[in-house]
Design a protein around this ligand. Structure first.
Ligand SMILES: [Zn+2]
Length: 286
């Protein structure tokens, strides 16, 4: 089932209160949408965010990917939110809200503080008209959303706790993505989260925090983040790697007969398996 904005926000708040996190999985095409939905169905009770766009719109086209994700969520037995990830474009945000997205992320992290506030405020105003919830970002995240670049977090600005408090009060946003040493994509040198900074942001800010770039993060660090207010975790590179490794394994068998279907299926199954494992990791163990 496709969650409404209110239901999605409720799932986020419940995760926040219980020290677990909603997974935000990035989907690029039919197979990754299907894999994320299958993983959600394999883990009953866990709400999952299907992140369709904005960067994947460059690959699949906005309208086809948007329709695909919304339709897959609506026809699933699992509770799924459809989320717009990293959008800088109010027109794009409005289009997704009109189509029925559960939530949107407005990313003004590249802008000066006051302009980030202004952009985020406008996105929140538009989202409220559609009953959707909004994630914003403060502090710059190293790396690239679509490819692993071995970026270094120390070269970018981390989120300042007192500025974060001011930002949240000024914008009335529902969730805040933070930069605390996390990086988009895999890196060769291990990522080390600044958990002390995260703890300060957690005490300064009264809303759920979001951790981007969780692929390859050691479990102890991930759990450390969950106990410091992180209630949504974005995963992308880990799913892409699972897809590509499966394709690599299957290719020698598939190539002689031009069996593309077996490649797409292998990729899809690998993403389902990876996403299922991640959902289990983010859900509290009793
Ligand atoms: Zn991100």
């Amino acid at each position: 089932m496709l969650l409404t904005g209110t239901e999605g926000l409720k799932a986020l708040t419940t995760a926040y209160e219980n020290g677990h996190a909603l997974p935000g999985f990035v989907a690029y095409n039919l197979e990754t949408v299907q894999a994320i939905v299958a993983a959600a169905e394999a883990t009953p009770g866990s709400a999952v965010l299907l992140q369709a766009g904005s960067s994947p719109f460059k690959h699949a086209g906005r309208e086809p990917l948007m329709r695909l994700a919304l339709d897959a969520a609506a026809h699933s037995s699992a509770p799924l939110g459809v989320h717009l990830d990293h959008s800088r474009d109010l027109e794009e945000i409005t289009a997704c809200l009109k189509a029925g997205y559960t939530s949107v992320m407005v990313d003004g992290s590249h802008l000066p503080f006051a302009e980030n506030i202004a952009l985020t405020r406008e996105a929140v105003r538009r989202a409220r008209d559609h009953g959707a919830w909004v994630e914003a970002e403060l502090g710059a995240l190293a790396g690239d959303e679509d490819i692993s670049t071995n970026a270094n977090a120390s070269t970018t600005a981390m989120t300042d706790p007192s500025q974060a408090a001011e930002f949240v009060a000024e914008t009335n946003v529902d969730a805040l993505a933070v930069a605390v040493g996390n990086v988009h994509g895999f890196t060769t040198t291990p990522v080390h989260l600044d958990l002390a900074r995260l703890a300060s942001i957690y005490s300064a800010v009264p809303i759920p925090l979001v951790l981007h770039g969780a692929s390859g993060l050691p479990e102890q660090q991930l759990l450390g983040a969950l106990s410091r207010g992180v209630a949504k975790v974005n995963v992308n590179a880990e799913l892409r790697r699972a897809y590509l490794q499966a394709v690599n394994t299957q290719l020698p068998t598939a190539l002689p007969g031009s069996d593309a279907v077996s490649i797409w299926s292998a990729g899809r199954d690998a993403v389902t398996e990876a996403a299922t494992r991640i959902i289990t990791q983010l859900t509290p163990r009793s």
